[in-house]
Design a protein around this ligand. Structure first.
Ligand code: RIB
Ligand code: CA
Length: 358
């Protein structure tokens, strides 16, 4: 454990040392996108994938699987069955990490059903997994398409961190990272942490500090974007293999949300794909974000500096004793666009319309 922690701290320091890694990111231009979806499928992951596969603005170049909602093996099986359902065996689907960098995996069958897909049994896949390790596939595609690939992680960030660790040179070659994760209004796992960050805080800190253009699509907007009975009814009026699968998944989620007194299920992962389709779906001011990795109550919290400044404390020696004196404010360089508001109805209409009849 200690040597891996040492590796993590070395990695973090390396990212700070390498010129160009910590320069303020130049945000990527909007437009048609090649994307890699890194996912822990997962019911809302399934919604994200099916939206991506049915949106002409996006070109899904690969799906990499990370453990989170379900184990790595279950996630890979789920991803393969979903691309088969969508008749997209052309898309490489690769397994990745088997566990978070430094902690045991925490799986969420409680929220996603025993198999991670709302207990819906899809037909066996016609597709075969790509033999490459997920992080290696990410590296290969980013280097094959420099400045064209948008990474869309919607699970714990383990695979993304492993890709950076193996080849830090990909950071300036990635067009943008649009991730589902984090929160600046409190957690969903506990008071402070959102699930994807909580499941691998060290990986998340590496991703947030890497220096690439990064948009955080967290609970702050996901919790304002609820898919409820109205959308379920709309999706139930049409049919097709993907449409019917999505109806089953959303029905599972809506019923589960109602058990907890909510009026719908938050569109966490699909909204990250929505932002890849149309960045104007969210309002996302630039902030500096750090991920807490040590706090007893706050491990996994995304700590955002909204003012992008920090007080400068200078040590003084006085006769009555040493003390620090505040002598000014220092600028803090933003490293993320943090989504704080969303056009929820516009996104829900987009989601339903893209899947109806598919
Ligand atoms: O906190 C929500 C996130 O955790 C989503 O990505 C969901 O799929 C789970 O992974
Ligand atoms: Ca997910």
């Amino acid at each position: 454990m200690a040597d891996r922690m040492g590796w993590f701290l070395r990695m973090l320091s390396y990212l700070v040392m390498v010129p160009g890694i910590v320069c303020p990111p130049a945000w990527g231009a909007a437009g048609a996108k090649k994307i890699i979806l890194d996912t822990d499928p997962g019911t809302d992951d399934a919604m994200a994938l099916m939206l991506a596969l049915n949106s002409p603005e996006l070109d899904v170049r690969a799906i990499t699987v990370v453990p989170g909602n379900v184990t790595a093996g279950q996630g890979l099986e789920n991803a393969l069955r979903m691309v088969s359902l969508a008749n997209r065996c052309d898309i490489p689907v690769a397994g990745g990490a088997e566990h978070p960098l430094f902690q045991k995996l925490i799986t969420a069958e409680f929220w996603h059903g025993k198999n991670g897909l709302g207990n819906i049994e899809l037909p066996k896949s016609k597709c075969k997994a790509d033999a490459r390790f997920g992080p290696d596939l990410i590296i290969a595609l980013v280097r094959a398409y420099p400045h064209e690939i948008t990474l869309v992680p919607v699970g714990p960030l383990t695979n993304i961190a492993l890709a950076i660790e193996k080849d830090p040179g990909i950071v300036p070659l990635v067009k943008e990272v649009i991730l589902m994760g984090g929160s600046i209004k409190g957690g969903n796992v506990n008071a402070a942490a959102e699930a994807n960050i909580y499941n691998d805080p060290e990986a998340a800190q590496m991703v947030f500090q890497a220096g690439w253009p990064l948009t955080m699509v967290g609970l702050d907007v996901g919790d304002k974007t609820l898919f409820g009975r109205k959308q379920l009814e709309q999706l139930g009026k049409t049919h097709g293999p993907v449409n019917d699968f999505m109806y089953g998944v959303t029905k599972f989620l809506v019923e589960l949300s109602e058990k907890f007194g909510d009026s719908g299920t938050p569109m966490y992962d699909p909204l990250a794909v929505g932002v890849a389709i149309d960045a104007e779906l969210v309002t996302a001011p630039a902030m500096h974000v750090d991920v807490e990795t040590r706090g007893e109550f706050t491990r996994g919290e995304t700590v955002a500096n909204r003012r992008n400044e920090i007080e400068r404390n200078v040590l003084h020696h006085f006769p009555e004793g040493d003390r620090y004196v505040i002598e000014g404010l220092d600028k803090v360089v933003p490293n993320a666009k943090v989504s704080i508001d969303v056009k929820a109805d516009k996104f829900l209409e987009l989601f339903v319309s893209r899947l109806q009849g598919k």
